[in-house]
Write a protein that binds this ligand. Structure first.
Ligand code: SF4
Length: 88
């Protein structure tokens, strides 16, 4: 059951307050936070939880490093160029 640990409470170093695991499980576009293993390993078998509930593809999305800001900016520029080309 994916909601099994939802009521577990822990301190979030990013947000600076206590929260429940339900938040961590969904906060990444419906997937767990990328720091979920570090934050919850002392509370429950979180690696096992991830392996049981998320495919290899999902785990890749969960733990992939964030895109570099410069790449994100270049993507925005590329999209703007495409929009301009459409309007010509
Ligand atoms: S898993 Fe993410 S959201 Fe949850 S406590 Fe850790 S840093 Fe905060």
């Amino acid at each position: 059951m994916i909601e099994k640990y939802d009521k577990e409470e822990g301190y979030c170093r990013i947000l600076g307050h206590f929260l429940v695991f339900e938040y961590c499980r969904n906060m990444n576009n419906g997937l767990p936070c990328s720091r979920v293993l570090d934050c919850w390993f002392q509370t429950f078998p979180v690696q096992e939880f991830i392996d049981e509930n998320y495919s290899a593809e999902d785990q890749k999305k969960i733990f992939e490093p964030p895109k570099a800001k410069i790449l994100t900016l270049s993507e925005i520029l590329e999209q703007a160029q495409k929009r301009l080309q459409k309007n010509e």
